[in-house]
Design a protein around this ligand. Structure first.
Ligand SMILES: O=C(NC/C=C/[C@H]1O[C@@H](Sc2ccncc2)[C@H](O)[C@@H]1O)c1cc([N+](=O)[O-])cc(O)c1O
Ligand SMILES: [Mg+2]
Length: 214
């Protein structure tokens, strides 16, 4: 049977990256997506902005919405302090299966909890299921029409504290207009746009960083 693009991306990691070396995993995926097959990872250019925000926040608890193949999961987890935890939610079991192997190849299983299912089903259960109080950082990179409703769910279930940071991918392309309007107009957020490009292309895109003011 024909392989899928995520499976071919995983093969490229297993062929070209060093086990236990997250940077080599990131490099192998970026090379594959730039030279072989485009895939919707946050990519190397926006990835550097992601890295700088993670380093600045130095989070002990991270929620990622939309694992896909685990590229940003690996980038984030490789920068976390000891004992920090990253929970990543993925809806598609085939993507989740690939992501688990990418995360394992990077040697980051201890820091990552990949949860299969829909964000809307899981957000209400995260506190009780994983003993989480609040998230220091939330990375939104799943279905673009879910950014706003899921942000409201995250607020509703008390998962943010004063200073929690929301970082959203693709606010220009494919675009998340309702989410952007919300975080930029709400008095509960201090929002900032980081201009960049859509992964592996010259098309404009960017990340929106929004600090929850409580
Ligand atoms: O569509 C995009 N991303 C949607 C990502 C969706 C990911 O999240 C879950 S959905 C889910 C996960 C958890 N809970 C509920 C749903 C999907 O199974 C996929 O793994 C996208 C598209 C482009 N582009 O150029 O077209 C560029 C990007 O950077 C993108 O992120
Ligand atoms: Mg994206």
């Amino acid at each position: 049977t024909q392989s899928t693009r995520p499976q071919r991306l995983l093969s490229a990691v297993q062929k070209n990256a060093t086990r236990g070396d997250p940077r080599s995993v990131v490099k192998a995926i970026d090379h594959f997506c730039r030279h072989k097959e485009w895939a919707m990872n946050v990519g190397d250019e926006k990835g550097c902005i992601l890295d700088s925000v993670v380093t600045e926040v130095n989070p002990h608890t991270v929620l990622e919405l939309g694992t896909y193949c685990g590229y940003s999961t690996v980038r984030i987890a490789s920068l976390l302090p000891p004992h920090a935890k990253l929970i990543t939610l993925e809806f598609n079991p085939d993507y989740a299966a690939v992501a688990r192997q990418v995360i394992a190849w990077a040697g980051l299983e201890e820091k990552v909890q990949l949860v299969e299912g829909a964000s809307s089903d899981w957000i209400p259960k995260l506190k009780e299921q994983f003993g989480i109080q609040t998230f220091d950082l939330v990375f939104l990179d799943h279905w673009k029409d879910r950014y706003l409703p899921d942000t409201k769910l995250i607020e509703e279930f008390g998962l943010l504290r004063k200073g929690s940071v929301l970082l959203a991918d693709n606010v220009i392309c494919p675009g998340t207009p309702d989410y952007l309007e919300y975080v930029r107009s709400s008095p509960q957020y201090k929002s900032q746009y980081f201009k960049s490009h859509l992964e592996y292309t010259k098309v404009e895109d960017g990340l929106e960083k929004s600090v929850f003011l409580g």
